[in-house]
Design a protein around this ligand. Structure first.
Ligand SMILES: Nc1ncnc2c1ncn2[C@@H]1O[C@H](COP(=O)(O)OP(=O)(O)O)[C@@H](O)[C@H]1O
Ligand SMILES: [Mg+2]
Length: 420
């Protein structure tokens, strides 16, 4: 599955932009504030229906335009299809080959894995960023799981509306009855989401250990290995790292729990917290309150590991996600790497590039320069320059200029149609 064409109309700082993508690595180079993240955001939104950064509907529309559109052509084993997102009247809607559809259908067509500076920082960020790590696995692995997440989010919103009404003094019996019946469904969906997360984590854990071992070497060892091998630590045989997940439900580690255990824990907790929920007007029990913690030996990496080591654990998590996706579904998701190369040290960057080269995945990478890259001249790859909402195919001369941060020499050649 490859994204061959992308068209952005009135989206963020793009007026009308067509981009023909190559099947492997696609580099988008440009100074800050030119539209690189906007472009990756468009692809991410096609897949997930929402952005990875906070954005209200009007923020997606170029300079208060009344509507915007992101369209893509995807080639897969079953043929060519067209995916469209329309932004109009305060709503985002999706269509697939001309027919209106739900976002989960698009997720299945164009699964993406995003590497961003924010995601790499998830260990030290809040629990919502860590939950997003695991939910991004659910959202891309099947249409069913993607739907499940949406259904849960919807029922959580509805339940919170009712709780808020009661908190504000609504004493009608009908409101309480609605809350009770909603709570029954809420508990079932909350259990399903939690169980799915746990089963996914169990599947990821061995791959994560393997991948972490390759990237994550105690700093003392890293130094000697790097000294010996000039930045390449991957050739060394390393045991699966002594790392594990802890999935926290109300302070308990729930790894290995089955659906009944989860449901029982929720029911008990809900009983304890029900009056508090009515006071606060918010759901206090459920997967939106859980946390995923990354342990290094007996230690929580959040307090124990350096920032570089924390990034390595997340990098390993993402690589595990991609590998499991590939072994389960027989194809790679599209990988979006937004400005991450500058966040990684030479050893981690080199491991990531090596991994990308091992896969056959299509990759969209943004950066301000290419100094770290080795392989970009290959036929199946492309380099684009992004400047003030314009994307152009970059020539070698321009790449050198862009690499040096000099945009006055950016090329003016129109985008070639590289589609096959
Ligand atoms: N709705 C919008 N209309 C016009 N310009 C926008 C809109 N949203 C963001 N931008 C512009 O997009 C630019 C940021 O683009 P971004 O992709 O984040 O940059 P970078 O290349 O650094 O990743 C900013 O200059 C901002 O003003
Ligand atoms: Mg950016």
């Amino acid at each position: 599955m490859k994204l061959t064409h992308l068209r952005l109309s009135q989206f963020r700082n793009f007026a009308m932009q067509e981009v023909s993508l190559r099947p492997r690595l696609n580099f988008f180079l440009g100074a800050n504030g030119q539209g690189k993240t906007n472009l990756l955001e468009a692809v991410f939104m096609l897949s997930r229906g929402e952005s990875f950064r906070s954005g209200q509907h009007e923020h997606f529309l170029k300079d208060q335009a009344s509507r915007a559109r992101v369209a893509a052509i995807v080639d897969s084993e079953v043929g060519r299809s067209q995916l469209v997102l329309d932004f109009a009247d305060g709503r985002t809607s999706a269509s697939y080959d001309g027919k209106r559809t739900g976002f989960s259908t698009l997720s299945a067509q164009i699964p993406v894995v995003l590497f961003s500076p924010e995601s790499l920082a998830s260990i030290k960020e809040g629990p919502d960023q860590r939950r997003e790590l695991i939910d991004s696995v659910l959202a891309t692995r099947s249409e069913r799981d993607s739907k499940l997440l949406r259904e849960f989010a919807k029922i959580l919103r509805s339940r919170n509306v009712l709780l808020k009404q009661i908190a504000k003094g609504d004493t009608r019996k009908s409101t309480r009855d609605s809350l009770d019946s909603l709570t029954t469904v809420f508990l079932l969906l909350a259990t399903q989401v939690t169980e799915t997360r746990l089963r996914v984590l169990e599947k990821l854990e061995p791959e994560w250990k393997k991948s972490a071992a390759q990237i994550f070497v105690p700093e003392s060892a890293t130094k000697s290995l790097v000294d010996k091998q000039a930045n390449s630590i991957t050739a060394v045989e390393i045991e699966p790292a002594d790392v594990h997940f802890r999935y926290e439900i109300s302070g308990h580690d729930a790894m290995g729990w089955n659906a009944d255990q989860i449901f029982d824990a929720f029911s008990k907790r809900l009983e304890q917290l029900s009056s508090r929920e009515l006071q606060l007007g918010a759901s206090l029990v459920g997967p939106h309150k859980h946390d995923l913690r990354f342990f290094f030996g007996p230690n929580d990496s959040r307090f124990y590991c350096s920032q570089g080591q924390q990034r390595a654990l997340i990098l390993a998590f993402k690589i595990a996600q991609i590998s499991v996706h590939h072994t389960t579904l027989g194809r790679y998701p599209i990988l979006l790497l937004d400005d991450v190369m500058s966040e990684l040290d030479a050893a981690k960057r080199s491991r990531l590039m090596e991994y990308l080269e091992e896969t056959t995945a299509q990759v969209l990478i943004t950066a301000t320069d290419l100094i770290w890259s080795r392989e970009f001249r290959e036929e199946r790859n492309a380099v684009f320059a992004v400047q003030n909402g314009n994307v152009t195919v970059a020539t070698q001369g321009a790449i050198r200029a862009v690499g040096q941060g000099d945009f006055s020499k950016s090329p003016a050649d129109p985008l070639e149609d590289a589609a096959t």
